[in-house]
Write a protein that binds this ligand. Structure first.
Ligand code: F6R
Length: 260
């Protein structure tokens, strides 16, 4: 595990984008796993800048979403397909056919989940998965208690996750109750993972995920077992981490001093 601690979310986005570009550089048709939510926005903004400068190429990039709500009307502005089209695919020049999102339009979300898992395999697997983390330690919509062996499947959303996502909807009751999410085993199959967290409200989850026991009560803790995990944190998200303890088993790069 390599943990980068940076001064602010923009610096997190900048370094993460630089390292994502480097990771995908020598892959002919790279497969990038993309998270939605607020955290990766600076990462996608910096990737967009790097594309405009000509260093980050997306002409053969394929992207796979982590998850999708079940039950929103087609084209709903808050469906993850719409969110990723606006915030990732359009600015990065990735056409709709190379942006894969679990298809909740199918009548049978369980079959759609299996089909999505197969789609990822047929694409050759995910080269690099970008992840955010929930305040309760969820990754994708794998809530506490999710099986570490889980594959893409239909997942009910917890009330805490629905409350956290209510900010994107007119009424809290409009937040869907179900999602299709890559499973924890699906995520762990990615060849490399970039976990991003910013803000003090993620500090407890980050401490438990990186330095606590590997336990299904803290889904993100399984990432400790990934052979190629990079973590990008701002100072607030890192504020409850014991960096000395972390440095006994991880490489810790504290960029805050360098940035001063
Ligand atoms: C997003 C996802 C979620 C978010 C997490 C953090 O596709 O699956 O796990 O990464 O809820 O969300 P933000 O970044 O909005 O705090």
């Amino acid at each position: 595990m390599i943990v980068h601690v940076l001064p602010d979310p923009d610096a997190v986005g900048s370094l993460a984008a630089r390292l994502i570009e480097a990771e995908l550089l020598d892959i002919a048709a790279p497969v990038l796993g993309v998270a939605t939510g607020s955290t990766p926005e600076p990462v996608y903004a910096h990737l967009t800048r790097r594309r405009e400068r000509g260093t980050f190429r997306t002409d053969r990039l394929r992207a796979f979403a982590l998850d999708e709500y079940v039950g929103l009307a087609a084209g709903h502005a808050e469906s993850y397909r719409s969110v990723l089209e606006r915030g990732f695919a359009a600015p990065l020049g990735v056409p709709a056919e190379r942006l894969h999102v679990p298809s909740w339009e199918a009548d049978d979300p369980a079959a759609a989940s299996d089909a999505y898992e197969r789609e990822i395999l047929l694409a050759g697997g995910i080269d690099l998965q970008v992840l955010g983390i929930g305040r309760n330690g969820h990754i994708g919509f794998n809530e506490p208690g999710s099986d570490f062996r889980s594959l893409t499947r239909v997942v009910p959303l917890t009330e805490s996750t629905r409350a956290a996502n209510a900010r994107f909807f007119e009424e809290p009751a409009d937040v869907p109750t179900l999602s299709i999410s890559q499973g924890l085993a699906t995520i762990m199959r990615a060849r490399a993972i970039a976990l991003i967290a910013t803000g003090a409200d993620k500090a407890d989850a980050i401490r438990a995920a990186l330095t606590g026991p590997v336990d299904t009560g803290m889904p993100a803790s399984i990432l400790q077992r990934h052979p190629r995990l990079r973590v990008f944190l701002d100072g607030a998200a890192a504020s409850r981490l014991d960096l000395t303890l972390l440095a006994t088993f991880a490489v810790v790069h504290d960029w805050r001093e360098a940035a001063r």
